[in-house]
Design a protein around this ligand. Structure first.
Ligand code: COA
Length: 168
Protein backbone atom coordinates (compact mmCIF):
# COMPACT_ATOMS: atom_id res chain seq x y z
CA UNK A 1 0.00 0.00 0.00
CA UNK A 2 1.21 3.48 -0.77
CA UNK A 3 2.49 5.46 2.21
CA UNK A 4 0.81 8.70 3.18
CA UNK A 5 2.71 11.82 4.15
CA UNK A 6 0.87 14.03 6.55
CA UNK A 7 1.52 17.31 8.23
CA UNK A 8 1.26 17.55 11.98
CA UNK A 9 2.41 19.86 14.73
CA UNK A 10 5.89 18.30 14.50
CA UNK A 11 6.12 18.81 10.76
CA UNK A 12 5.81 16.14 8.10
CA UNK A 13 5.37 12.54 9.13
CA UNK A 14 5.20 9.32 7.13
CA UNK A 15 2.19 7.15 7.70
CA UNK A 16 2.31 3.55 6.57
CA UNK A 17 -1.04 1.90 5.91
CA UNK A 18 -0.64 -1.88 6.08
CA UNK A 19 -2.48 -5.07 6.91
CA UNK A 20 -2.76 -5.72 10.65
CA UNK A 21 -0.74 -8.56 12.16
CA UNK A 22 -1.57 -10.68 15.22
CA UNK A 23 1.01 -8.80 17.28
CA UNK A 24 -0.79 -5.49 16.56
CA UNK A 25 -3.99 -6.59 18.27
CA UNK A 26 -3.17 -5.51 21.86
CA UNK A 27 -2.39 -2.00 20.57
CA UNK A 28 -5.53 -1.95 18.40
CA UNK A 29 -7.60 -2.96 21.45
CA UNK A 30 -6.01 -0.11 23.40
CA UNK A 31 -6.81 2.45 20.67
CA UNK A 32 -10.37 1.12 20.48
CA UNK A 33 -10.78 1.59 24.26
CA UNK A 34 -9.54 5.18 24.31
CA UNK A 35 -11.29 6.29 21.12
CA UNK A 36 -14.70 4.64 21.20
CA UNK A 37 -17.44 3.63 23.65
CA UNK A 38 -18.01 0.41 21.65
CA UNK A 39 -15.39 -2.00 22.98
CA UNK A 40 -15.07 -5.66 22.16
CA UNK A 41 -13.23 -8.58 23.73
CA UNK A 42 -9.80 -9.40 22.24
CA UNK A 43 -11.01 -12.58 20.58
CA UNK A 44 -13.41 -10.51 18.43
CA UNK A 45 -10.43 -8.66 16.90
CA UNK A 46 -8.43 -11.87 16.38
CA UNK A 47 -11.47 -13.45 14.77
CA UNK A 48 -11.82 -10.61 12.25
CA UNK A 49 -8.11 -10.73 11.49
CA UNK A 50 -8.25 -14.46 10.85
CA UNK A 51 -11.37 -14.36 8.68
CA UNK A 52 -10.92 -11.08 6.76
CA UNK A 53 -7.18 -10.30 6.91
CA UNK A 54 -7.18 -8.01 3.87
CA UNK A 55 -9.65 -5.56 5.38
CA UNK A 56 -8.15 -5.21 8.83
CA UNK A 57 -5.62 -2.41 8.38
CA UNK A 58 -3.48 -0.30 10.65
CA UNK A 59 -1.83 3.11 10.24
CA UNK A 60 1.71 3.26 11.57
CA UNK A 61 3.82 6.34 12.30
CA UNK A 62 7.44 5.78 13.30
CA UNK A 63 6.81 2.16 14.35
CA UNK A 64 3.74 3.15 16.36
CA UNK A 65 0.25 2.03 15.42
CA UNK A 66 -1.93 5.17 15.63
CA UNK A 67 -5.14 3.97 13.96
CA UNK A 68 -6.95 0.96 12.58
CA UNK A 69 -9.95 -0.18 10.58
CA UNK A 70 -11.58 -3.57 11.12
CA UNK A 71 -14.14 -4.83 8.62
CA UNK A 72 -15.98 -8.00 7.67
CA UNK A 73 -17.76 -9.38 4.64
CA UNK A 74 -21.41 -10.41 4.80
CA UNK A 75 -23.86 -11.69 2.20
CA UNK A 76 -27.40 -10.35 2.07
CA UNK A 77 -29.87 -8.23 0.15
CA UNK A 78 -28.12 -5.06 -0.89
CA UNK A 79 -29.11 -1.51 -0.07
CA UNK A 80 -28.70 -0.64 -3.74
CA UNK A 81 -29.01 -4.09 -5.38
CA UNK A 82 -32.32 -5.83 -4.69
CA UNK A 83 -30.70 -9.27 -4.66
CA UNK A 84 -28.16 -11.05 -2.46
CA UNK A 85 -24.73 -9.44 -2.75
CA UNK A 86 -21.51 -9.41 -0.80
CA UNK A 87 -21.33 -6.37 1.44
CA UNK A 88 -18.33 -4.98 3.28
CA UNK A 89 -19.21 -3.96 6.84
CA UNK A 90 -17.00 -1.42 8.61
CA UNK A 91 -17.14 -2.76 12.17
CA UNK A 92 -14.72 -0.31 13.81
CA UNK A 93 -12.41 2.53 12.82
CA UNK A 94 -10.41 4.86 15.03
CA UNK A 95 -7.42 7.16 14.89
CA UNK A 96 -5.66 8.43 18.03
CA UNK A 97 -6.69 12.01 18.85
CA UNK A 98 -3.22 13.50 18.25
CA UNK A 99 -3.20 12.09 14.70
CA UNK A 100 -6.67 13.11 13.53
CA UNK A 101 -7.46 15.51 10.68
CA UNK A 102 -4.39 14.44 8.71
CA UNK A 103 -6.12 12.17 6.22
CA UNK A 104 -5.41 8.90 8.08
CA UNK A 105 -9.07 7.92 8.61
CA UNK A 106 -9.81 8.58 4.93
CA UNK A 107 -6.87 6.44 3.80
CA UNK A 108 -7.91 3.57 6.06
CA UNK A 109 -11.42 3.73 4.61
CA UNK A 110 -10.27 4.02 0.98
CA UNK A 111 -7.74 1.16 1.22
CA UNK A 112 -10.20 -1.16 2.97
CA UNK A 113 -12.99 -0.40 0.46
CA UNK A 114 -10.56 -1.12 -2.35
CA UNK A 115 -9.71 -4.53 -0.83
CA UNK A 116 -13.40 -5.31 -0.16
CA UNK A 117 -14.03 -4.94 -3.87
CA UNK A 118 -10.79 -6.36 -5.28
CA UNK A 119 -10.19 -9.29 -2.91
CA UNK A 120 -13.67 -10.22 -1.68
CA UNK A 121 -15.78 -9.11 -4.65
CA UNK A 122 -18.04 -6.98 -2.42
CA UNK A 123 -20.48 -4.75 -4.29
CA UNK A 124 -21.48 -2.43 -1.45
CA UNK A 125 -20.11 -1.19 1.87
CA UNK A 126 -22.08 -0.14 4.94
CA UNK A 127 -21.62 0.93 8.54
CA UNK A 128 -23.46 2.24 11.59
CA UNK A 129 -22.55 5.55 13.19
CA UNK A 130 -23.88 7.45 16.23
CA UNK A 131 -26.17 10.27 15.12
CA UNK A 132 -24.06 12.65 17.26
CA UNK A 133 -20.72 11.63 15.70
CA UNK A 134 -20.29 14.59 13.36
CA UNK A 135 -16.61 14.00 12.49
CA UNK A 136 -17.28 10.41 11.39
CA UNK A 137 -20.53 11.26 9.55
CA UNK A 138 -18.76 14.01 7.64
CA UNK A 139 -15.88 11.64 6.77
CA UNK A 140 -18.32 9.05 5.41
CA UNK A 141 -20.32 11.65 3.44
CA UNK A 142 -17.12 12.94 1.89
CA UNK A 143 -16.37 9.38 0.78
CA UNK A 144 -19.76 9.09 -0.92
CA UNK A 145 -21.81 7.28 1.73
CA UNK A 146 -25.56 7.93 1.86
CA UNK A 147 -27.76 7.66 4.91
CA UNK A 148 -30.04 4.67 4.35
CA UNK A 149 -32.04 4.90 7.57
CA UNK A 150 -31.95 5.78 11.26
CA UNK A 151 -31.85 2.84 13.70
CA UNK A 152 -33.53 3.81 17.01
CA UNK A 153 -31.69 2.81 20.20
CA UNK A 154 -28.93 0.98 18.32
CA UNK A 155 -26.26 1.65 20.95
CA UNK A 156 -26.26 0.24 24.49
CA UNK A 157 -26.68 3.74 25.99
CA UNK A 158 -29.82 4.23 23.88
CA UNK A 159 -28.38 6.52 21.20
CA UNK A 160 -29.68 6.10 17.64
CA UNK A 161 -27.45 5.14 14.73
CA UNK A 162 -27.47 6.11 11.09
CA UNK A 163 -27.00 3.22 8.75
CA UNK A 164 -24.85 4.58 5.92
CA UNK A 165 -23.85 2.78 2.72
CA UNK A 166 -22.39 3.23 -0.75
CA UNK A 167 -21.69 1.18 -3.82
CA UNK A 168 -18.18 -0.15 -4.37
N1 COA B 1 -15.12 17.71 12.39
C1 COA B 1 -15.68 17.80 11.16
N2 COA B 1 -15.32 17.02 10.11
C2 COA B 1 -14.36 16.11 10.34
C3 COA B 1 -13.73 15.96 11.60
C4 COA B 1 -14.15 16.83 12.65
N3 COA B 1 -13.61 16.76 13.88
N4 COA B 1 -12.82 14.96 11.52
C5 COA B 1 -12.86 14.49 10.25
N5 COA B 1 -13.78 15.18 9.54
C6 COA B 1 -14.16 15.00 8.13
C7 COA B 1 -13.62 16.16 7.31
O1 COA B 1 -14.45 16.29 6.18
C8 COA B 1 -12.25 15.65 6.93
O2 COA B 1 -11.71 16.26 5.80
P1 COA B 1 -10.85 17.64 6.01
O3 COA B 1 -9.89 17.42 7.14
O4 COA B 1 -10.20 17.80 4.66
O5 COA B 1 -11.85 18.69 6.32
C9 COA B 1 -12.57 14.21 6.60
O6 COA B 1 -13.53 13.82 7.60
C10 COA B 1 -11.38 13.29 6.62
O7 COA B 1 -10.74 13.35 7.86
P2 COA B 1 -9.47 12.43 8.18
O8 COA B 1 -8.34 13.30 8.60
O9 COA B 1 -9.22 11.50 7.04
O10 COA B 1 -10.05 11.56 9.39
P3 COA B 1 -9.31 11.25 10.78
O11 COA B 1 -7.99 10.63 10.55
O12 COA B 1 -9.38 12.43 11.64
O13 COA B 1 -10.27 10.09 11.34
C11 COA B 1 -12.20 9.38 12.59
C12 COA B 1 -11.68 10.26 11.43
C13 COA B 1 -13.73 9.42 12.60
C14 COA B 1 -11.73 7.94 12.37
C15 COA B 1 -11.61 9.96 13.92
O14 COA B 1 -12.23 11.20 14.18
C16 COA B 1 -11.79 9.05 15.12
O15 COA B 1 -11.00 8.15 15.38
N6 COA B 1 -12.87 9.31 15.92
C17 COA B 1 -13.13 8.50 17.11
C18 COA B 1 -13.59 7.11 16.74
C19 COA B 1 -14.84 7.14 15.89
O16 COA B 1 -15.73 7.94 16.10
N7 COA B 1 -14.91 6.23 14.91
C20 COA B 1 -16.04 6.11 14.01
C21 COA B 1 -17.09 5.27 14.61
S1 COA B 1 -18.46 5.02 13.48
Amino acid sequence: MKDLTCEGREGLCRVEIRRARREDIPRVVQINRVALPENYPEFFFYDHLENWPEIFLVAEVEDNVVGYIMCRIETGIGFFHLLPVKKGHVVSIAVLKEYRRRGIGSRLMVESMDAMKRVYNAKEVYLEVRVSNEPAISLYRKLGFQTIRRIPGYYSDGEDAYLMARLL
